[in-house]
Ligand binder design. Sequence first.
Ligand code: NAG
Ligand code: NAG
Ligand code: NAG
Ligand code: NAG
Ligand code: NAG
Length: 447
Amino acid sequence: MSGEEMQEPDPSQLKKGVCLLLMFFALVLLTAFAYFLLFLNSSDTNVTSCPAVFNIAPAISGKAQGGVSVEQKNASYIRLPRMSLNDKHEYLLKEQCDLFSGQWINDPAGPAYTNASCNFIEDPQNCMKNGRPDTNYLYWRWKPYDCELPPFDPFKFMDAMKDKSWAFIGDSIFRNNIQSLICLLIKHILGKADLLYIVVEEPVEVYHDKSFKSRTWYFANHNFTVGLIFAPFLVKAELFEDDEGKAKSEAELHLDILEDKWTSQYNKYDYVIFSGGQWFLKSMIIWVNNTIVGCHNCKRNNLKELGIDCPYRKALQMVYEFMVSSDHKPLIFFRTWTPDHFEYGEWFSGGVCNRTTPYSEGQYKGKPIDHEIRTIEIQEFEKAVSMASQTGARLKLLDTFHLSLLRPDGHPGPYRTFIPLTRIRLLKFKMTAFIGACQGLSIHGMN
Ligand SMILES: *[C@@H]1O[C@H](CO)[C@@H](O)[C@H](O)[C@H]1NC(C)=O
Ligand SMILES: *[C@@H]1O[C@H](CO)[C@@H](O)[C@H](O)[C@H]1NC(C)=O
Ligand SMILES: *[C@@H]1O[C@H](CO)[C@@H](O)[C@H](O)[C@H]1NC(C)=O
Ligand SMILES: *[C@@H]1O[C@H](CO)[C@@H](O)[C@H](O)[C@H]1NC(C)=O
Ligand SMILES: *[C@@H]1O[C@H](CO)[C@@H](O)[C@H](O)[C@H]1NC(C)=O
């Protein structure tokens, strides 16, 4: 795949800050039933079918122990042990509420922020400014089946984050998540006559790299730091792309070396959230032990096609091994795969993302690649949880796959750049594949 299309997997956007709460107050592990069956049956096969060069030897094989015992129900999900939301006041929550099992319901109250209340929304995510004509996508909120999510409370959140730091490690989807997070922290309240803005606290950017892909923000009053660490492959990679994300050459991936942009900073953070996936669909040359062992989607005849499954699995294993064995014990979240929503073709063959309402449950099940990647993620997470039970590492799954799967309307589509109305019909849009970051929507910690 060319760099352009895959360059900016935009984040999903759920509405309001509901999901942010998930990150901080809930441990909800769930995985779709079908995938669970898949992984039970195929785990070992998948692993052993990777070429020997990946040298993949899961530290703990067999059934996950400690922490993840699977409780089978006749819902469409397997439910894993979870924590309840800890909010005793306005919202009566059943003790065990699976936050990721639910539906999108209409929410006339509208978005928690807009491009007027938040100037942290950047142009590629400001789809209203870029001419998107429909607005229905702003009026949905996530409703877990078994409970009501309290609205996001920026004051409470900031209090909880006093003297703390968060690292977001992954690709540009996290950039969008952080934009949403910051927008949610700049709380706005509708007054009787005027729009009154109450700023909880605006952060200051204290670091950025040359390309502004890795950045750090600091909320001085709360001594709270948010770091975005751009490491789309999680492992060491040389990327050959110009500023617009056009690949001049395949990415070169070192599958046995972790990206030191994040490992070197790991000890500084109290919370770490990471994700991967999207960039593994690109063209890449794969190195192990300083030797090229193959490639994915490359145009070099002499190289073995290695697919994406084994490289991705290996990268996740490397990350977990590092995190689980580290003496530093932050609270670690893995955020699951973000499905794309192209229809009428793929990104390279005229596909479009032009829906204006969410899917209802069961209406759309995702593409084979979604299931494949998600299966790998769940398998590797569960293995890591087993290892973690021996080292005291704290791992949680932020499983936003399903709720983002249901939001084909969430992608900015062509409105990542300004499109005058008259041109809309004439353009054959190339769009990024992922649920996007339209202003007004936010999904924290997920895609
Ligand atoms: C789930 O199981 C319960 C009892 O085991 C049954 O009454 C109910 O109809 C089942 N629901 C579905 C959707 O199968
Ligand atoms: C916000 O969106 C509106 C369209 O809904 C647009 O006219 C305006 O320019 C945008 N404002 C900013 C600051 O992006
Ligand atoms: C800010 O928080 C860090 C811990 O993350 C702490 O070491 C430091 O003393 C705090 N600074 C202030 C000014 O409170
Ligand atoms: C890595 O390559 C070196 C030679 O370049 C070799 O000596 C070593 O055995 C290799 N290590 C592995 C694990 O294959
Ligand atoms: C989306 O695009 C397809 C193919 O161009 C078209 O058939 C469909 O009507 C469009 N849907 C919307 C909601 O615009």
